[in-house]
Design a protein around this ligand. Structure first.
Ligand code: ATP
Ligand code: MG
Length: 450
């Protein structure tokens, strides 16, 4: 039997429901924030990621899926979303639009050749936003507020927002020099990756997971001491905007993030949940004021983040939150015998066209078998199709819970079901923000069918 590639997974059953719920929520959320949906190719020229993400990042130096296409071009399966969106922003001349800022969002699969483990896959899904055309810290705060709001709507409680400032290019240059000076005597203690980072991008030494407990890491100079006046002001304003939105955060001076082109704000949202393990960064992002020009576009500031589906879903699992409704069938249509299959099939179609979730029998079950199947599918109503129905145009509709039966004229079936299903719906008193009926609201979180 052929099996799925290592580090990938299939979506089906309950997991499928959860993903669908999450994506519906993302769609509504991004509509309210007034972001536009963008989609870019899953593979791009390899050079885009080399330049856009940076040669010294783990993502590019160790984790890409590279291949040559049949025309001998170097291609890479996208390991992240920002580079592609920036390329698209430039190539489609979005920078010339009058309605700045351009606020975009995307979701889709990303590919990284990593060692598979909990919360780490080779194909995984990200949701992200990229905003172009404003240097305002207000936009940094808006961008940070998106995952925070998402987690609130999902009911996730154990989360922590970490922010830091990398400063502008001038601040980074000063800091770079200080870091080189600081780490020089300790070079032999550092891991081989950090030795390379030392010459290419010393800032990223601070991001190292292997060396993070070394004394020389702890004593490293602080970026905050090297920030220019304007960077300090940007960071202070960001904090004020976050406070205005009621978002709790901590400043983490060691937060530098993988991308080479981050400037000013960087942030992460972590799961602060017992037993979550080390892959607890749910979401990461920052400002990149020079990436657009670096990829040959006009100077345009940008800010964005990306968030992994799999880690959110496992955080939800840890907090015992299940997303998604049970997929209840409104109406199950049953033929009394085989000769009524055609009529049954046609009625099923009519009901579907009128918006009812409708199911019927495809296996030639007997009446008893069909009643059982209707129960399995949690059908609210049953409709029986037999001789009387065909002749008299009067149908028997049965409430599958109360077992009450109604005789309904063919012309009134739609109206009847509409009314009855609405009654069922309103008998559930709590409605929640996610727009789902029959669920209970608990401090903003949706806990369906507890
Ligand atoms: P990490 O430090 O965990 O390797 P990263 O810095 O590589 O993360 P980013 O490139 O910033 O992560 O990606 C943003 C988010 O995408 C992460 O916070 C995480 O939720 C998710 N993510 C990254 N890599 C993977 C992966 N291999 N499998 C599943 N999710 C991932
Ligand atoms: Mg990584």
């Amino acid at each position: 039997m052929i099996q799925k590639p290592k580090g990938t997974y299939d979506v089906f059953g309950d997991y499928g429901k959860q993903i669908k719920y999450l994506e519906n929520l993302l769609n509504t959320l991004m509509d309210t924030y007034h972001y536009e949906y963008v989609r870019t190719p899953i593979f791009e020229s390899s050079s885009l990621f080399h330049r856009g993400v940076g040669e010294t990042t783990d993502i590019v130096s160790k984790e890409t899926y590279d291949f040559k296409d049949r025309g001998d071009r170097d291609m890479t399966l996208r390991p992240e979303g920002t580079a592609g969106v920036v390329r698209s922003f430039i190539e489609n001349k979005m920078y010339a639009r009058a309605d700045m800022p351009v606020k975009t969002w995307y979701y889709g699969p990303m590919f990284r050749y990593e060692r598979p483990q909990a919360g780490r896959f080779r194909e995984f899904y990200q949701f992200g936003v990229e905003v172009f055309g404003t240097p305002s810290p207000m936009m940094d705060a808006e961008v940070i507020s998106i995952p925070v709001t998402l987690f609130r709507l999902l009911g996730l409680k154990g989360i922590q927002v970490k922010i830091n400032s990398l400063g502008d290019q001038e601040s980074r240059e000063l800091y770079r020099t200080a870091l080189l000076k600081h780490f020089q005597p300790y070079l032999s203690e550092l891991c081989s990756d950090c030795k390379e980072r030392y010459s290419k991008n010393p800032l990223r030494i601070l991001d190292c997971k292997k060396d993070k407990d070394l004394q020389c890491m702890k004593d490293a100079p602080k970026l905050s001491d090297y920030l220019s006046e304007s960077s300090k002001k940007h960071f202070e304003q960001l904090k004020q905007y976050l406070e205005a939105l009621g978002i709790d955060y901590v400043v983490d001076e060691h937060l530098v993030r993988g991308l080479d082109y981050y400037t000013e704000t960087v942030f992460e949202v972590e799961a602060d949940i017992q037993g979550f393990g080390s892959n607890n960064v749910l979401c990461a992002g920052g400002r990149y004021n020079h990436l657009v020009e670096h990829l040959d576009g006009p100077q345009t500031p940008g800010v964005g983040f990306a968030l992994g589906y799999e880690r959110i879903l496992s955080a939800l699992e840890k907090e015992e939150i299940t997303l998604g409704e049970e997929n209840k069938v409104d109406v199950y249509v049953i033929p009394m015998s085989e000769e009524f299959n055609g009529k049954t099939f046609a009625l099923t179609q009519t009901l579907r066209m009128n918006g009812f979730i409708t199911e019927t029998d495809y296996l030639g079950r007997n009446l008893k078998g069909n009643f059982k199947q209707a129960d399995r599918l949690l059908a609210s109503f049953l409709i029986l199709v037999g001789e009387d129905e065909e002749k008299e145009h009067i149908y028997t509709i049965k409430n599958n819970q109360t077992k009450e039966e109604y005789q309904v004229d063919q012309d009134y079936i739609v109206m009847f079901l509409d009314e009855k299903l609405q009654e069922l719906e309103s008998s559930c008193d709590d409605h929640c923000q996610c727009g789902h009926h029959e669920c209970h609201c608990k401090e903003g979180g949706c806990h369906h069918h507890e």
